[in-house]
Design a protein around this ligand. Structure first.
Ligand SMILES: [Ca+2]
Ligand SMILES: [Ca+2]
Ligand SMILES: [Ca+2]
Length: 329
């Protein structure tokens, strides 16, 4: 009875059967079962010790129990919230992972595609570069060929022009030569005719001259001998080498001959003293410039040189020289 007095405010009804609602239905989980077990133990203890002190203690324990239940519920609620939050985070994390996986797969696919495209682009670029390089080489070769052919063409044009000019020059020269040959043939014919006429004239003059010379006592010998041999030739024929006694005779002999001839004058017997072969006096003298000079002490016989002035054409020369000569009877 005392015990009932001490607990008028305590709603044991609510704690009589923890885990049951007011209608008596069980509505508790694992933790509530443990609380129910703890309460049952406390109740058993209280019932065992139905004393006031025990009742107070039981009340305190009940309060502690309620407080603990509240704390536990709060903790459970917090844990539940945390678990729910963690679950949500985990779900979001999984969703994010899935999204990332999808993105990764898509990006991998795009990366592979890009790599393929890049490789393809590289191959195409390399192919184009090779083609460009080949084209450049072909262009360079064609330029070289063009330059070479241009040079050859210019050379051929020059050669052709030179050949035409040379041919034209040769043609002109041939024409000139033909004309010259024709002219020369005409001249040759004319000159031959003139030569024949002159030869005939010469022959006639020579014959006439020989006749006159013979009449004058001269013999013009068409041969060449030393001075001594020539004189002996004349002496063998009853005469001697020519002795010039007058200007007229000097002019006449000079006009008849075209080359040097011996005359009968020498200083063989006495050097420096010229003497005619007939020992006549040396009155008329027709020495050339600077003669007689007895060059090197070897000139003792005299020739008449018709190519020099008619009245200055005597010269002393070595007697061993060979000349034509004139015999005078
Ligand atoms: Ca004479
Ligand atoms: Ca002399
Ligand atoms: Ca001389």
């Amino acid at each position: 009875m005392e015990m009932d007095r001490l607990q008028p405010d305590i709603k044991y009804e609510y704690c009589d059967r923890p885990g049951e609602d007011l209608d008596g239905n069980e509505n508790f989980g694992g933790d509530e079962k443990r609380l129910f077990q703890l309460w049952s133990n406390i109740k058993a203890t209280v019932l065992k010790y139905r004393s006031r002190g025990f009742m107070v203690s039981a009340a305190c324990l009940g309060l502690i129990c309620v407080f603990s239940i509240l704390v536990l519920q709060i903790q459970m609620k917090a844990e539940s919230d945390v678990k729910s939050s963690q679950k949500n985070i985990l779900q979001e994390f999984n969703e994010t992972i899935n999204l990332l996986q999808v993105s990764y797969s898509r990006l991998s696919t795009e990366k592979d595609q890009l790599q393929n495209d890049c490789r393809t682009d590289k191959e195409i670029k390399l192919s184009y570069m090779n083609k460009v390089e080949k084209l450049n080489k072909t262009i360079n070769d064609m330029q070289d060929s063009y330059s070479r052919l241009t040079t050859e063409k210019d050379q051929l044009q020059n050669d052709c022009r030179s050949d035409r000019e040379l041919k034209l020059s040769y043609v002109n020269k041939v024409d000139e030569l033909n004309k010259t040959i024709n002219d020369n043939q005409v001249s040759y014919s004319r000159l031959t005719s003139e030569k024949d006429q002159l030869q005939n004239r010469f022959n006639s003059i020579e014959a006439e001259l020989k006749k006159r010379n013979s009449e004058k006592g001269y013999s013009f010998i068409d041969d060449k001998k030393t001075w001594t041999e020539s004189r002996q030739f004349c002496r063998d024929r009853g005469g001697d080498l020519l002795v010039i006694n007058s200007v007229e005779e000097q002019r006449y002999i000079s006009s008849v001959f075209q080359e040097g001839v011996w005359i009968g004058l020498s200083d063989i017997d006495n050097e420096g003293v010229m003497k005619w072969v007939d020992n006549s006096a040396l009155t008329k003298q027709f020495w050339g410039q600077g003669e007689p000079n007895d060059d090197r002490g070897k000139e003792d016989c005299v020739e008449l040189s018709p190519k020099k002035p008619n009245e200055k054409n005597w010269n002393d020369i070595p007697c061993s020289e060979k000349r034509k000569w004139i015999c005078e009877n």
